[in-house]
Design a protein around this ligand. Structure first.
Ligand code: C2E
Ligand code: MG
Ligand code: MG
Ligand code: MG
Length: 279
């Protein structure tokens, strides 16, 4: 079948498919080199309470490509997940975050650090052992480490997933449910997971005008969270008005977003965790 015809060029579906497969294979090949040669970097984005104190930060991976420059995770995490490289990438991130937790400046600030854990990574049979090992090896305070997981964990083997989370909780780590509200799981189902925090997805934060669909939903979710004693982090807070509303609804909420700070290179964040803060 001809998809596009112009200038005498005809691209068939299979040619286009080949192209996208080739692009993925290229990313895969380069990502292997990146892991080997230390091209990945840890960025941190602050999470701020209503008094402007930095209570924590989320670790976000960046790829400093020798030719293409800084690449954000949207362009390589999906490839890494489908080819399995997310496992060494995730191991590396976890180790880096544990090392950061030991930094005296993080200790002085008394804040926690969060790291994203892909469902592929979580599903490894030896994941619990790996987390135990990295905590032991680095001596990091487990209580200050939060693993961000998504509801795709619930797609299969719910009982096994819960058992594994309970085993990880026994090591002292905490769990946050990332991108909360964007999936299809029922709230009752989600609440079976042993989590300590929910992260409201930025899709809900954009429009919080009074009585808007999102504002009603966010207030309902805040009530559920408070009844379960869950910490709440709002993602993608860009405007002061958004932060003010959220803090009025839930004074203990933490805000993460460009209003307070963009993600910055971990080493720079350590020099000044308040970096980029407006207040
Ligand atoms: P996420 O875990 O939901 O992370 C939040 C994303 O929102 C980050 O994008 C962050 O830069 C962005 N963000 C924060 N505040 C604002 C804001 O005010 N406005 C806007 N427009 N965006 C904001 P980033 O760093 O590009 O990461 C995208 C996703 O890639 C993450 O979403 C996470 O799912 C994944 N990811 C990042 N690092 C890792 C990692 O080390 N491992 C795994 N498995 N996934 C990762
Ligand atoms: Mg996250
Ligand atoms: Mg998120
Ligand atoms: Mg996400």
């Amino acid at each position: 079948q001809a998809l596009h015809q112009g200038g005498g060029q005809v691209h068939s579906y299979s040619e286009l498919l080949d192209e996208s497969i080739q692009r993925r294979m290229q990313v895969e090949k380069e990502l292997l080199v990146a892991l080997d040669e230390g091209q990945l970097q840890v960025f941190l984005q602050s999470q701020v309470d209503m008094n402007g104190r930095v209570a924590g930060a989320e670790a976000l991976v960046r790829w400093k490509h020798p030719v293409k420059g800084l690449i954000t995770p949207g362009d390589f995490i999906p490839v890494a997940e489908s080819c399995g490289l997310i496992v060494p990438l995730g191991d590396w991130m976890m180790e880096q975050v544990c090392l950061l937790l030991n930094d005296p400046r993080v200790q002085a600030q008394g804040c926690g650090l969060s790291v994203n854990v892909s469902t592929v990574q979580f599903r490894q049979p030896q994941f619990v052992d790996k987390v135990r090992d990295v905590l032991q090896r680095t001596g990091a305070p487990a209580q200050q480490l939060t693993l961000e997981v998504t509801e795709s964990l619930l797609l299969n083997d719910v009982e096994g997933t819960i058992r594994k989370m309970v085993a990880l909780r026994a090591l002292g780590v905490q769990f946050a449910l990332d991108d909360f509200g964007t999936g299809y799981s029922s709230l009752a189902y989600l609440m079976r997971l042993p989590i300590q925090e929910i992260k409201l997805d930025q899709a809900f934060i954009h429009d919080l005008a009074p009585m808007s669909e999102h504002s009603v939903l966010v207030q309902a979710l805040l009530m559920v969270a408070s009844s379960k004693d869950l910490r709440v982090v709002a993602e993608g807070v860009e405007q002061a008005a958004q932060a003010e509303l959220l803090q009025a609804w839930e004074p203990s909420i933490l805000c993460q977003g460009y209003l307070f700070s963009r993600p910055v290179l971990a080493q720079d964040w350590l020099l000044n965790p308040q970096l980029g803060m407006t207040s």
